[in-house]
Each structure stands twice: as C-alpha cells, then as structure tokens.
Design a protein around this ligand. Structure first.
Ligand code: HEC
Ligand code: HEC
Length: 582
C-alpha cells in the first residue's frame, strides 16, 4: 500500500530520503544489526582516510545537510549520528509547573526503605525540580512545538477511517517482519484472540489482562489506545511436562500476589483434589475453590522457583500494543486494528533486590560523574535495560508496516522502563491490573471505575487532574478542560465522581479521535519519531523548550507521595455507588 500524500513539503523530504536509501525496506531484523555494526565501521573508515579526501567525502555525499537545515529524523539514523543523547528523558519532564502543577509525581517517587522495594531509585526529589544534565537542559522533543492543524487539514475522515481499520500487525507477522514471539493470532480484533479468562486461543501462552491505564499519556483522549499481555515460561504452564490451564492460572495469580505484595486473590474455580494441592490453604482439599492464598513457591513444573517480593520470575514476558483510536458506527471508542507500535519486554535474568541495588548504584554513579546514559544494543533482540530486561519494539514505517525500531528510537524506552522510582520491577500496567479473576481478560475501560490509589481517598484520575491542572500532563487537551474543569480552572469533582467508569472520563469525542489519529499519521509520514511520538494537535505552550534558572520549583504542598497500585476495595461506599443508588 502506498502512503497517503499529506503535504507536498513532506513528500519532497521523504522522496529525497528514499533516493538516498534512507527507507526501512531492508526488513526488520537486519536494521538494528546494521546500525550496530555501523558504529564501528564508520569509525574506522573515518580515521583511515587521509585528511584531504576526508574533507571531500564529507562535502560530497556523507553529510549533505548544512547548519540550520531541517534535518529529517531518519537522516540522523542513516548517518548514525546521535540526535538526542538524553532520549531517556521523556517529554513530560519539560512541563511548566508554574510552581503548582505537578504531573511529575506519577514517575518520580521515593519510598520508605521499610517497604523493602526492589525499586531503589528514590527520585521523588525530581518532582518539579529541573535538575537536568547539560544536554537535558534543551528539550529535544521538537514535535511538541509543531502546529499540525494545516498538516491534517488535507486528510479526510474517510481516509483515516480506512487506514486505522487495517491490520498491519498480522501483515508484519506474516511477512516475517516481526518475530514469532510477538505473535498472538487475531490480536488486532481482540475479541477473537482470547477466551473468557484472557488466555490466547492460539495456544501461545499469552494472557491478556484488564488494567487501569497509566495517568495521561496512555489515556485515549491524549492520543492512543492500548492493551497488555503477560506470558510466563513453559514450566509455569505445565504439570509433569503437560500443559495444564489450572496450574497456569495458579502461577499467574501467584505472580500477581508477588508483584503487588498481596496475600490472597480470587481465581476461576480450581479443583484442589485433581491437583493434590491446598490452593486456599484451609487445610483440606475441595473440588472447587475460588480463592488462592499466597504460597512460598510457584506450582507445577515451576515448583522449585520461590516467589520474590515485588519481582517477576525469570522468563516473564510482556507484549504491549499502542494503537490508533478506533471509533465504531455508534461513536464508541475502541482499540483500532491498526497498531502504531508493538512493544515487548522479557525478563532474561532474575536479579535479587541486592543485585538490583548495585545496578541503581552504578546508575547513580554515572549520573554523578555526568556520564550520559548508556544503552546496550542487542541487534535484532532490541536493548538491554541493565536491570534484567530485554526491551524491543516495532513501529510503523512510511508505508504503515511495522518495522523494527532503530537503536536511537529504542534508547527512548530505557528511561521509563529503567530508572524511575514509581515502577514495579521496571514495569507499569501489571501492578495496576484489576485484581484476581475479574482482571483476566482483554482490557475493557467500561469495567473499571476511577478507584483511588492505595492510601488515598479520592479517585486516581480525579486526583491526577486536580494535581496537574488539566486532563493531560501538558494541560492542553481542550476537550478535557471543557468537560471536567470549570471557568476558574477547578476540577468539577462531583461530575468526575459521577462517571460510570473510566471510559467516560478518558475517551475522546469521535471528532477529537479522528484529529489525533491524523496528527499522528503525519509523524508516521515524516518518520520523525526521534523528535517525539506525541500526537499533539497544536503547538505545546505549557512545555519548556529550554530550561533556564528562572523556573520556580514546585512548592512543597504540591509534591506528592504516590503508589501506582490501586485500592479496588473501598471501605466506604464510593460517591459513584451513592450516585448510582439515587
Ligand atoms: C512518564 C514518566 C515521567 C514523568 C511524568 C516525569 N518524568 Fe522526569 N524523568 C522520567 C524518566 C524516564 C527520566 C530519565 C531517567 C534516567 O535518567 O534514566 C526522567 C528524568 C528527569 C530528570 C533528569 C534527571 C537526571 O538525573 O538526569 C529531571 C530533572 C526530571 N525528569 C524532572 C521531571 C519533572 C520536573 C517532571 C514534571 C514536570 C517530570 N520529570 C515528569 C520520567 C518521567
Ligand atoms: C514515558 C514513559 C514510557 C516510555 C518512554 C516507554 N514506556 Fe512502555 N510503558 C509505560 C507505561 C506507563 C506503561 C503502561 C501502559 C498503560 O498503562 O496503558 C508501559 C507499558 C509497557 C509494556 C507492558 C508492560 C508494562 O510495563 O506495563 C511494555 C512491554 C512496554 N511498555 C515497552 C516499551 C517499549 C518497547 C518502549 C520504547 C519503544 C517503551 N515501553 C517506552 C511507559 C513508558
């Protein structure tokens, strides 16, 4: 399929790139590899050239761009020139807080050492403190500052509708552009992919779960829909060498207890007699129990593996798709078949809390000596985050096919999934899963209420909007401001509390959905992911392009302790429940 023409300007840039051999049609696996190899080869060639020819080579073809040119993102990749050495710092960090608006707390957190968390980052002091490295002082996410209104004007609704309805995931798997370990049959239309308990019907072992989307970036109203799946190694799926769904269910529940630090959970009925296992720890075996108590070890063929506090077992995998915003014929928002990105993580090595402490220490030492972040590239496998995880990702090429992300694009993953204080074993969504049996199954925003975080009273999203002063971290989502804020800029608390589910709070109108899809498509056409992947419609005004000493820090009363886990069982009847009774 040939890509839609957006504007002539963009078209010219891209055709130049194509003639320069800059496109990604070389296939995925080789991409990372060749970038990797370029590192060393280009270096040796350069140094071997005599000075005179060196200069000539430079001016003729190696670097056709002059100072001040708008150099396309792919040109940096082609020439293996690092565009942003601090790509681990996401756009959110550059938000203007004006001393009072705090979107920072969702990532930057420090916890009491009594909790014995494996996450020992302790970066809570970064809330509202712009303590960047010299490189970090300049905001490299320049896509934030582009007004895309005129760019999207040329794309009509019918075109974008057709585009997002296409299944590029299956296509990329089928022509071997994506590795088989990322395969789930029919994932583009998830109701066909999973059974009632969330298990993939194709026998791949992937299990989908329903989780509350992370504040702001992952709300559909701010640009994308998404989902997440987990898979445990085969030994966790088996009993005496044979696949056993009950054993797999138990092990998944035990992982959930370990990660969230819980003692019991509900599960689909388990026959204790058949397994000869006292699953609920009540001292007897029954033929149907629906509660699982925490055990010291996993079960089945993984019974030699102990549960580890707030950590996954070795071999755990996650698949996460980031998608366009689908709009059905009734105007309902859903996960469009077309994927913007397919993201993957595998815990290739278990590291104990002590071992992780040394990784955090090494990281802090590098910071102290002002070394820029280092990323270890693994060729077609992706990158290593240094905390036991391999991270990999695919993204649309100019034709909309999913291609391997280039090294510089992947380096971006190594911030949030590496060294922020709020994560659990370097991950986000599983700690936010609807607990127990109810939470196994494909993501469904209508089944989730705005429950509070643990140790808090008010709904998480309500609280987030109050603390941030908007419906997104940049306070520029006009629709959210109009819907949930009054003229004085205060959140309309009761109205948010009356929302039936988070679906009503965080999904956009069809019009906004189309506009956001179009805006992102222009980024795809430019292949300018290195400059930022946020589908912003207009120029961001609440974001700093450079940090200057004048920025006031957040006042103490606007800094917050926060735990991303949620309190799903509220003691007091919630305002939502009350509103429903009336
Ligand atoms: C979505 C998560 C997220 C949010 C929200 C966020 N940050 Fe960050 N921040 C990161 C990540 C990831 C890094 C890179 C960490 C690393 O160096 O490995 C980072 C780095 C930083 C750094 C550089 C630290 C260093 O040692 O180099 C500063 C300063 C910072 N953030 C400030 C802020 C401020 C101020 C806000 C709110 C206005 C904020 N951040 C919001 C994730 C976030
Ligand atoms: C700005 C911070 C940020 C960056 C950068 C980021 N992620 Fe994530 N990632 C998240 C959050 C938050 C979630 C949870 C999504 C949700 O709640 O909808 C997530 C979820 C995931 C998951 C599912 C497991 C989990 O942690 O919940 C995978 C796999 C993943 N991301 C891979 C990647 C890859 C690959 C990249 C780079 C291309 C990347 N991420 C970049 C924040 C980030």
């Amino acid at each position: 399929m040939k890509m839609l023409k957006i504007t002539s300007g963009v078209g010219i840039l891209l055709s130049l790139l194509i003639s320069a051999g800059c496109t990604d049609n070389t296939g995925t696996d080789v991409n990372n590899q060749s970038n990797y190899e370029q590192n060393s080869t280009s270096f040796t060639v350069d140094t071997q050239l005599p000075p005179s020819t060196h200069e000539k080579a430079d001016s003729t073809h190696a670097y056709p761009y002059q100072e001040g040119d708008a150099i396309p993102a792919l040109a940096y990749i082609e020439h293996d020139e690092v565009y942003n050495p601090e790509s681990v710092i996401p756009p959110q960090c550059y938000t203007k807080t004006e001393g009072v608006n705090n979107p920072c707390y969702a990532c930057h957190q420090s916890y009491d050492s009594m909790e014995k968390r494996p996450n020992q980052m302790g970066d809570g002091t970064l809330q509202g403190n712009y303590e960047f490295s010299d490189v970090g002082l300049t905001n490299s996410w320049k896509n934030l500052f582009i007004d895309r209104t005129s760019l999207i004007a040329g794309i009509d609704d019918a075109t974008i509708k057709k585009y997002i309805a296409q299944d590029n995931y299956t296509a990329s798997l089928n022509n071997d552009a994506m590795p088989d370990y990322m395969r789930i049959e029919n994932l583009s239309a998830a109701d066909k992919a999973f059974d009632g308990d969330g298990f993939a019907k194709d026998g791949s072992g992937w299990v989908s779960y329903n989780y509350k989307p992370f504040p702001s970036t992952f709300w559909p109203t701010n640009g994308s829909t998404g989902d997440a799946m987990i898979r445990l190694p085969e030994s966790f799926q088996r009993l005496k060498g044979k696949y056993n769904k009950a054993i797999y269910t138990l092990n998944l529940s035990l992982v959930e207890m370990a990660l969230k630090d819980l003692d019991k959970l509900t599960a689909a009925p388990v026959n204790e007699l058949a397994l000869n296992l006292d699953v609920n720890q009540d001292g007897k075996l029954s033929n149907s129990v629906t509660e699982i108590a925490r055990l010291s070890h996993y079960v089945g063929d993984a019974s030699d593996v102990p549960l580890a506090h707030m950590l996954y077992p070795e071999g755990t995998e996650f698949l996460h798709t980031v998608r366009y915003i689908g709009v059905d014929e009734n105007g309902n928002i859903y996960n469009a078949p077309r994927m913007k990105e397919v993201r993957y993580m595998k815990k290739h090595m278990f590291r104990s809390r002590e071992s992780l402490a040394s990784a955090y220490y090494a990281e802090a030492k590098d910071k102290h000596f002002e070394k820029l972040p280092q990323t270890r590239y693994l060729g077609e496998k992706g990158i290593d985050n240094g905390f036991g995880w391999t991270i990999n990702g695919f993204i649309e090429n100019e034709q909309g096919e999913l291609r391997a992300q280039h090294d510089q694009e992947l380096a971006f993953c190594n911030g949030c999934h590496k060294t922020v204080g709020s994560t659990f074993d370097q991950t986000f969504s599983f700690a936010r899963k609807v607990p127990g049996q109810m939470g196994w199954g494909y993501i469904d925003l209508r089944e989730i209420e705005d429950v509070p975080n643990i140790n808090e009273e008010k709904g998480e999203f309500l609280t987030y909007m109050e603390r941030v002063g908007g419906g997104d971290e940049f306070r520029q989502n006009g629709e959210m401001l109009a819907k949930w804020f009054d003229e004085k800029g205060m959140v309309k608390v009761e109205e948010v509390q009356r929302a039936k589910s988070v679906y009503d709070i965080i999904t956009p109108s069809p019009e906004r959905a189309y506009a956001l899809n179009k805006a992102y498509l222009t980024i795809v056409n430019e292949q300018s992911y290195l400059f930022g992947r946020d589908a912003t419609l207009t120029k961001a005004t609440n974001v700093l392009s450079t940090i200057d000493a004048e920025q006031p820090p957040l006042k103490p009363e606007h800094r917050f302790k926060w735990d991303m886990r949620l309190n799903w069982q509220q003691e007091k009847p919630s305002a939502i429940a009350e509103a429903r009774q009336q």
